[in-house]
Design a protein around this ligand. Structure first.
Ligand SMILES: [Zn+2]
Length: 375
C-alpha cells in the first residue's frame, strides 16, 4: 500500500453499482481494538437511519449487511494489531475484502458509498511521506526507503579499505602510499554511494533525504552528491552507522514533523510561484474541480481535515456545497456526497495527479488548490 498505483487500484474497484463499505478504525491500543466491534456496531446503526440507506434495494442492503458481518468476524479474531490504524474495505456482492494497516492515527469512520472512501488513507499517506535514509561511514553505506508504514533496504555496500601499514621498508614512503590508497578508496566509495543514491532517487522520487552517520563524514560525502539531490538533504542525523535500522529509524522519526513542515512550505511556495508567474496555479473548489475535469492538475493540494458534505454531478464532476438537484452545467441529476474532498481525490487519481494533504496554514489557498501541468 505504498504507491499511487496501489491506491489507484482501490479507486478503480468495480462493483456493478453495488455499495462499497469502507471502515477506518483507530486501534492504537489494545483497549481500542477490543472496543472496535462496538464501534462498528454503533457506526452501522447510525448509517441505517440515513435516507440513502433506506433507499437502497434489498440486494444492496444484503451486500452491506454481509460486509458488516465479515468485518465483525475479522475483528473478533484479531488479538493485536502492530499498527495504529486499520482500513477495511468490503463489497460482498463482488467478493472484495481488503485490509490496510498504517501508523498514523485516524478517526473511526464508516462510509457506505459507490466507491472506496479514500480521503483518510491519503491524509495518512501525507502524514508519512516517502523519504530516503542514507547511512554512511568510511567503509560502509546503506540506503533505505521510508514509506508510509515500511522501511526497505535498497542498497548496501561494504568497502574493504587497505590498511596494511605494517609493511617493511621505508616507513615514511609506505605511509604516504597507504594514505594515498586510503584516499583513493574513500573517493571511490563516496562516488559509488552518491551515484547509487542518484539512481535510486530517480526511481523513487524521495520527498527528502536524511543523512545519517558521523559528523566528520558529512562534509566529505556532501561534495559527491549530485546538485539535484543536494536541496533534498536537509538533516544530518548523527547515528552509529552500524546501529540496527529499527534504532536508527526511531531517531530519524523524530525529524519527520520538521521535515514535513519544510516540505509543505516548499510546496506552497511552488504553488504561489506557479500561481503568480506562470498562471499554473488555481484555488477554490470550483476552479480546482474544473482543472481536474480538464485533466490539467499536476498536484492537488488540500488542507488536512478538510471535508465537507455537498452535491456532485457524477457525469461532469461539477460539485457544490449547496443543495442543487440538477447540474447547472450538463443537466444531469446531482448526487449527495459525504465528502467533496474524497470525490476530488478520486478525480485526481483518475488523471494520475499527485495528492498532498497539508498540515500547515495554507493562507489564501485554504482549503484547496492545485498546481497545473499546463495553463
Ligand atoms: Zn454535470
Amino acid at each position: 500500500m505504498n504507491s499511487n498505483k496501489s491506491i489507484n487500484k482501490l479507486r478503480s474497484i468495480k462493483t456493478d453499482g453495488f455499495p462499497v463499505t469502507t471502515l477506518y478504525l483507530d486501534v492504537s491500543n489494545s483497549q481500542k481494538l477490543k472496543n472496535s466491534k462496538i464501534v462498528v456496531h454503533n457506526l452501522y446503526k447510525y448509517k441505517k437511519e440515513k435516507t440513502f440507506y433506506k433507499n437502497m434495494d434489498n440486494a444492496r442492503i444484503e451486500s452491506v449487511e454481509q460486509d458488516i458481518n465479515i468485518i465483525t468476524k475479522y475483528l473478533n479474531d484479531k488479538i493485536s494489531v502492530e499498527e495504529k490504524s486499520l482500513m477495511i474495505i468490503s463489497s460482498s456482492n463482488s467478493n472484495i475484502f481488503e485490509i490496510i494497516k498504517f501508523n498514523s492515527k485516524v478517526d473511526n469512520n464508516l462510509v457506505i458509498q459507490d466507491a472506496v472512501y479514500l480521503r483518510p488513507l491519503l491524509e495518512a499517506k501525507s502524514a508519512q511521506r516517502k523519504y530516503g535514509i542514507v547511512l554512511i561511514d568510511q567503509g560502509k553505506a546503506k540506503i533505505f526507503e521510508r514509506n508510509f508504514n515500511s522501511v526497505n533496504e535498497l542498497f548496501s555496500v561494504e568497502n574493504i579499505l587497505s590498511n596494511n601499514r605494517n609493511n617493511s621498508g621505508f616507513e615514511g614512503r609506505d605511509e604516504r602510499k597507504n594514505e594515498r590508497k586510503h584516499e583513493e578508496n574513500l573517493h571511490r566509495h563516496y562516488k559509488n554511494v552518491s551515484q547509487s543514491l542518484l539512481e535510486i532517487d530517480k526511481k523513487k522520487k524521495f520527498n527528502w533525504i536524511v543523512l545519517g552517520g558521523k559528523n566528520e563524514i558529512f562534509n566529505d560525502f556532501q561534495k559527491y552528491i549530485d546538485d539535484s539531490q543536494k536541496e533534498k538533504i536537509k538533516t544530518d542525523v548523527v547515528v552509529e552507522p552500524s546501529a540496527k535500522i529499527n534504532e536508527v529509524v526511531e531517531i530519524i522519526q523524530k525529524t519527520e514533523p520538521k521535515m514535513r513542515n519544510l516540505f509543505e512550505k516548499n510546496l506552497l511556495d511552488k504553488l504561489n510561484d506557479e500561481f503568480y508567474n506562470d498562471q499554473k496555479g488555481v484555488l477554490g473548489i470550483k476552479q480546482v474541480e474544473e482543472a481536474l475535469e480538464e485533466g490539467k492538475v499536476d498536484t492537488l493540494i488540500i488542507k488536512e481535515d478538510f471535508h465537507q458534505k455537498g452535491w456532485i454531478c457524477k457525469k461532469c464532476g461539477y460539485s457544490t456545497e449547496d443543495e442543487v438537484n440538477i447540474c447547472p452545467r450538463c443537466d444531469n441529476k446531482m448526487k449527495r456526497t459525504v465528502d467533496i474532498s474524497d470525490d476530488l481525490v478520486h478525480s485526481a487519481l483518475k488523471i494520475n495527479a499527485d495528492i498532498e494533504y497539508v498540515a500547515i496554514d495554507m493562507g489564501k489557498y485554504d482549503p484547496i488548490a492545485a498546481i497545473l501541468r499546463y495553463n
